[in-house]
Design a protein around this ligand. Structure first.
Ligand code: ATP
Ligand code: MG
Length: 582
């Protein structure tokens, strides 16, 4: 186990290491700024003393110009600092974001299901954002703040040792007070973020379900929920804000106390004739400068704590291992694939209830299986095992006469096509929805597929062809059209096995007809499992398997079962698919 500090260093090495030149540049810029800041009050003090002593005008002008130049230089350096540190922060955190996103995408469904989209965003973006400061300027800022503080103390202590001692005491008190207050505010700020995520989650979920809510008259309840969520949000914000305002007030009070003490000390030293007016002037200036680094230090140390908490959460995610692992074989045979379930048992990780119980069947290459059964009987679950979205908990799923676990996941999924029950449409063009953002698929190939699948007419009805934009969640696309699009997606990889999970919603006659025709081409010379909700689809399959509560209730050649009046299938056909299955 690595300690927190080791872990932080290893993250810094991985993500900041490659940008060492930027880090060095940043360090130089910050040190330069600190140096210039340290010089300025001296120039000012000198100016005042020269003026009081009625010194030469030329000297005054020189000091003035010097003061101006130093001020401008400090501004320029701080501009550079902002640029370099933002650049560094983005570069370093983006590569971490990338690693996290890649890792999350590779994880098992079982894990992915445990987080909501909002939580994923918080993990991949929110937590990483907390690290931006740590990655870009933490060490450098601490170093330059300490340097500036020490510089001020040394300069003033050199002038009068009592000033130096007083300053050390003051800095210690101010630092401890501010840090204590910031730590006390952390939990409220976190609460604020949590409640805000909850609030936006609430809105997002309700917006997604707008159709349902409106149709079922749920608007009233949603508004009440909204008001309650908003109330929680407001009170959390208020509390966090008050704590922050408190810190600001305290810091301001400390500033006033410090300034007064400095003036007083300056006055005494002036009367004791150990300080000139200019030096008193410089003293108050240094005192005012003190607050920059004090606040900076308190903020950086608090940020580091938050960063540690983020590192823990990031590590937690990075530590999650896949359980569904690649097998040794990375090629599957060409052409249609044989598929067999061999006494397969399965339960989802979160319950012991078996969803599939002792399921066995065999499909020869190029044959088609119609999978029927009541809702919740395990049909979709069965299809997930073929893809290794989950692995069977007992028995084996065999593809081309080999256990699916023998193949690499990439190779396996490349040879199987899935049309899910609810086709996901992206807020993108028809082109990108078809090729799933894979820019290596040329338009010509897409048009070819559209023609091959017999979708030319549908395609011609689109207002701007492949560039036609489909709304988020496929608004403006019917269930049937979404399915057609998914057929196209599957066709691109020319799979040897297709799993088609039909949507249970009914389609209009014209679309149904179009889908039937498209399916002819899609399924030609391919093995297929069709989870059928329509009679039209059932009539094309070679074999029928009826599931009931996770078990195989009936399995056999379609024609045979249809011809046997005692079979469940014949009963289904008599009573009508829709009533008995849906
Ligand atoms: N991801 C999951 N995690 C846990 N349990 C699940 C999950 N998906 C499905 N189940 C459970 O497994 C059982 C079978 O669900 P499945 O989706 O396979 O049914 P189905 O036959 O496809 O139903 P439908 O005809 O409605 O699509 C159900 O009891 C369901 O609650
Ligand atoms: Mg289903």
């Amino acid at each position: 186990m690595m300690t927190k500090r080791e872990r932080m260093l290893s993250l810094l090495r991985t993500y900041v290491g490659p940008h060492l030149p930027s880090v060095l540049l940043l360090a130089a810029l910050l040190l330069g700024t600190a140096g210039l800041q340290l010089v300025n009050p001296r120039i000012l003090g000198g100016f005042v003393d020269t003026a009081i002593g009625r010194g030469a005008a030329a000297r005054l002008v020189r000091s003035g110009v010097l003061y101006l130049l130093v001020g401008l230089g400090a501004q320029a350096l701080s501009l550079g600092t902002t640029y370099v540190s933002s650049d560094l922060a983005w570069k370093a955190t983006n590569s971490l974001r990338q690693d996290l996103a890649k890792h999350c995408l590779s994880l098992d469904m079982a894990f992915l299901k445990t987080l909501t989209p909002g939580q994923f965003i918080e993990r991949i973006d929110g937590d990483v954002e907390q690290l931006a400061n740590l990655f870009s300027q933490f060490l450098v800022r601490i170093a330059s703040s300490v340097l500036l503080l020490v510089g001020i103390i040394v300069v003033l202590g050199y002038q009068d040792w009592r000033l130096g001692l007083g300053l050390i005491g003051f800095v210690a008190v101010a630092l401890l007070t501010l840090m204590g207050m910031q730590n006390a505010a952390v939990s409220d700020s976190e609460k604020e973020r949590e409640v805000s995520a909850e609030f936006y989650g609430f809105i997002e979920e309700r917006l997604m379900a707008l159709d349902d809510i409106r149709a079922n008259g749920g608007g009233h309840h949603v508004m009440r929920g909204f008001t309650q969520a908003l109330r929680r949000y407001t009170s959390a914000c208020l509390r966090a804000w008050l704590k922050r305002a408190n810190i600001w007030l305290t810091s301001f009070s400390l500033f006033c106390v410090g300034q007064t003490a400095a003036l007083l000390a300056g006055l005494l030293l002036f009367y004791a004739q150990s300080m000139t007016v200019g030096e008193v002037f410089a003293l108050t200036n240094y005192m005012a400068m003190l607050f920059g680094p004090i606040e900076q230090l308190a903020r950086q140390l608090q940020d580091a704590q938050k960063a540690f908490a983020s590192i823990e959460r990031v590590d937690h995610i990075l530590g999650v291992k896949r359980e569904i692992l690649d097998g040794p074989r990375d090629v599957l045979p060409d052409g249609p694939l044989a598929l067999a379930f061999d006494a397969v048992d399965f339960h989802y990780e979160d319950s012991d209830e078996r969803v599939l119980k002792d399921v066995s069947f065999r499909l020869e290459p190029g044959t088609q299986l119609g999978l029927l059964g009541r809702t919740g009987s395990g049909k979709t679950t069965l299809s997930r095992l073929v893809f290794r979205l989950y692995d069977a908990t007992g028995g084996a799923v065999r593809l081309a006469d080999a256990d699916v676990r023998e193949f690499t996941i990439g190779a396996l999924r490349n040879r199987i096509g899935l049309v899910t029950q609810e086709v996901q449409i992206f807020d993108a063009s028809v082109r990108d929805n078809l090729r799933l953002f894979d820019a290596s698929v040329p338009d010509a190939r897409l048009i070819e597929i559209i023609t091959e699948l017999g979708l030319s007419q549908w395609f011609e009805s689109l207002p701007s062809g492949l560039d036609t934009l489909l709304g988020p969640q496929g608004h403006g696309l019917s269930a049937g059209e979404a399915q057609l699009l998914a057929f196209g997606r599957v066709f691109i990889k020319d799979p040897g096995l297709i799993v088609l999970d039909e949507p249970s919603s009914s389609l209009d006659q014209a679309t149904e007809h179009l889908i039937d025709r498209t399916m002819d081409r899609l399924l030609a010379n391919r093995t297929a499992i069709i989870i059928a909700h329509r009679l039209g689809t059932v009539q094309r399959v070679d074999q029928v398997l009826i599931m009931d509560g996770g078990r195989v209730a009936e399995y056999g050649p379609r024609q045979e079962l249809a011809g046997n009046p005692a079979s469940l299938f014949a009963e289904l056909l008599r009573t009508g698919m829709e009533e008995s299955i849906a």
